[in-house]
Design a protein around this ligand. Structure first.
Ligand code: SAH
Length: 224
């Protein structure tokens, strides 16, 4: 407790959220829990929704998109098994919240967001929070980011009909890709692909629900 004052309300709510992630959702990676305890999620949600920032739910953001639910952010991050020295690619940066968590846990994060307005806002917010190890651009992340490959880890925060081939080819051997895959919004599975010497290993971590990944190697139409 700081001298002469109380810890602010948002910090207390954030600690409660982290306790819930550990106790009810069984997030076990201590580094992930520490990062979730550190990053002020309320700075990433619209003003009118700040009071809900530490509930375990997705919330609407600009451009018809959503900021992912804290549990799924923690779970996807945990599945990447980051130790601290990785070069990570994130696709679907949105508000930049997941980007901030990754940048706290890895050496460098390259992030791509399709909506220019969201990308600009995320860049300003992340700079304001003091991040210096993030490069975030507007673009189609289904093509990956050839100039900076290979990556130790790739996280895709939007649902794809299939695993985009360029993302697998931009992974290092031993690298991990975590992505929601499925034929519709209601039918998505959280998939982890690990690149091996001889090919890939694919694991299924259960159902999930994300907005569509729209691009050359994702959904082709303009559904939002
Ligand atoms: N993880 C973010 C937002 C998740 S919503 C957060 O928590 O704030 C998924 C985001 O993926 C949306 O912002 C959407 O615009 C973006 N997106 C969809 N298809 C994309 C593509 N091909 N490349 C990059 N971003 C994409």
């Amino acid at each position: 407790m700081p001298p002469g004052g109380t810890r602010d309300d948002m910090t207390i709510r954030r600690q409660q959220m982290v306790a819930m992630l550990a106790d009810e959702f069984h997030i076990r990676d201590v580094r992930v829990l520490e990062a979730m305890a550190k990053i002020p999620r309320h700075r990433f949600v619209p003003d009118a929704l700040k009071a809900q920032a530490y509930r375990d739910g997705a919330l609407p953001i600009a451009s018809g998109q959503t900021i992912s639910q804290p549990y799924i952010v923690a779970r996807m991050t945990e599945l990447l098994e980051l130790k601290g020295n990785e070069k990570v690619l994130e696709i679907g940066a949105g508000t930049g919240y997941q980007t901030a968590i990754l940048a706290t846990l890895a050496r460098k994060v390259f992030a791509i967001e399709r909506h220019d307005a969201l990308a600009r806002e995320a860049n300003l917010r992340l700079a304001d929070l003091g991040f210096r190890n993030i490069t975030l651009k507007t673009g189609d992340g289904t093509k990956g980011w050839d100039a900076y490959h290979p990556f130790d880890a790739i996280l895709v925060a939007a649902g794809s009909p299939e695993i985009p081939a360029p993302l697998v080819s931009q992974l290092k051997v031993g690298g991990k890709l975590v992505i929601p895959v499925g034929g519709s919004r209601e039918d998505q599975r959280l998939i982890r692909v690990t690149r091996t010497e001889s090919g890939t290993k694919t694991e299924d971590f259960g159902p999930c629900m994300f907005v569509p990944l729209i691009g050359v190697h994702g959904w082709k139409d303009q559904q939002q």
